[in-house]
Design a binder for this molecule. Structure first.
Ligand code: PEP
Ligand code: MN
Length: 415
């Protein structure tokens, strides 16, 4: 007689009519994992400090990642290696989400930390070493957060599915499976990426399948070919380690990509995704939090000290630095434009209130007051007054046009 306990029930392909699409919605992101679009998560192996996390977050976002990874609690082979910043890292990850709109995924090691990690992160990661930690699986099964379940380094696919079954039996059906390489006799690579796992899992289960090319290959030069192979084989997403300076990373530096290499990878992934009828979800630009006014002076002044440090650097390093700075500029432009969109939306709201109050939509006094503030704002930001005033004039013109269009539309409707 077949032993029912050996067969997956909830994870089986036929358990539901459609493939599972795991949605992660935050103020800044609306991500669907398991649909047509391929999703990329990226970030450092471990959160090391605020600066490196925020800079990595900005660069992976401008490259097209929609999720930020970063270990707070690290499962390290040696107890003497860096173990992660713990709860402090969770706060930093939440700050990175505020600033960039990226959703956060981070590993939970201990069942007692599931609620804490879930309060800060948008998705939980169960690492390879914990794939069969049943207390942890039960606890994440009770969580409302999606779970990225990594395949154990010596686990069969049936065992992976049974681990997912534990989570789903606990009530959490938002499981994403992750192939991250398995242990074989090969020593040239950290693990062996089981590419066949992707089509096998896609056939046997309705759950989405991610691939981690970083832990699979263990070397930076392997990340891109493995990632592309994964997408060609049908993976729904990638989770990639990126570090602003891989050579000085506290963990997994040898397999981490520098931001520029990661940006190249995402472009290549988009090409391969297109060739198998998919696309890459590069997210939508988001404004940062209302009060997220980082001191602009700090950023403007920040460049000057650096000049002397740059003098001794080799050309390739300088070019890499330039590419990184350009990535950051692109991110800032996206932020400015989405802030501008918010400003126009507020202007239109003001316009509606003005019409309801029976006052004129165009308000020269208010516009003058905005321009008057230009001097103050320019001083605070260390920017030339005339240029800033021209910028504000442009913003006012966009907002005024939107309000006048709304007014005309309202009048046309009421006629
Ligand atoms: C990680 O993602 O940082 C990690 C430790 O991965 P794995 O559990 O696959 O080794
Ligand atoms: Mn790692």
């Amino acid at each position: 007689m077949a032993d029912r306990a050996r067969l997956p029930v909830l994870t089986a392909r036929g358990a539901v009519a459609e493939r599972t699409v795991v949605s992660i919605a935050t103020a800044g992101a609306d991500i669907r994992i398991g649909g047509r679009a391929v999703v990329v998560a990226a970030g450092p192996c471990a959160v090391e400090n605020r600066e490196m996390l925020l800079s990595t977050a900005r660069s992976v976002r401008s490259a097209g990642a929609v999720l930020l990874r970063g270990g707070a609690f690290k499962p390290r082979t040696s107890p003497y290696s860096f173990q992660g910043l713990g709860a402090d890292a969770l706060t930093l990850l939440a700050e990175a989400r505020e600033q960039t709109g990226l959703a956060i995924i981070t590993e939970v090691l201990d069942p007692r930390h599931v609620a804490l990690v879930g309060n800060h992160a948008d998705a939980l990661q169960v690492g390879a070493r914990n794939m069969q930690n049943y207390a942890l699986l039960a606890e994440v099964g009770r969580s409302a957060r999606p779970v990225l379940l990594k395949r154990g380094m010596s686990a069969t696919l049936d065992e992976l599915l049974m681990a997912a079954e534990h989570i789903m039996a606990g009530g959490n059906s938002r499981v994403i499976l992750c192939e991250r390489g398995i242990r074989t006799f090969e020593t040239k690579t950290r693990n062996t990426l089981d590419v066949a796992a992707i089509p096998v899992l896609k056939r046997e289960t309705h759950l989405p399948v991610f691939v981690d090319p970083s832990h699979a290959g263990g070397r930076a030069h392997l990340v891109s070919p493995l990632a592309l192979a994964a997408i060609a084989a049908g993976a729904d997403g990638l989770i990639v380690e990126v570090h602003p300076s891989p050579a000085s990373a506290l963990s997994d530096g040898e397999q981490s990509l520098a931001p520029r290499a990661f940006a190249t990878l995402v472009r290549q992934v988009a090409v391969v995704a297109g060739s198998v009828g998919r696309e890459v979800d590069v997210g939508r630009p988001q404004a940062r939090a209302d009060d997220g006014s980082e001191e602009p002076n700090e950023e403007i002044g920040g460049g000057t000290d650096e000049v002397s440090d740059l003098a001794g650097l080799a050309l390739p390093v300088l070019l890499d630095t330039l590419a990184g700075v350009r990535d950051d500029i692109q991110t800032v432009d996206r932020e400015i434009i989405s802030l501008l969109a918010r400003r126009v939306a507020l202007g239109r709201r003001a316009g509606r209130v003005k019409r309801a109050a029976g006052v004129s939509v165009v308000d020269p006094l208010q516009e003058a007051a905005v321009l008057e503030r230009a001097r103050e704002l320019a001083e605070a930001a260390g920017l030339p007054y005339r240029d800033l005033r021209a910028l504000l004039r442009g913003m006012i013109a966009i907002s005024r046009r939107a309000q006048l269009n709304d007014e005309a539309a309202d009048e046309a409707e009421s006629r």
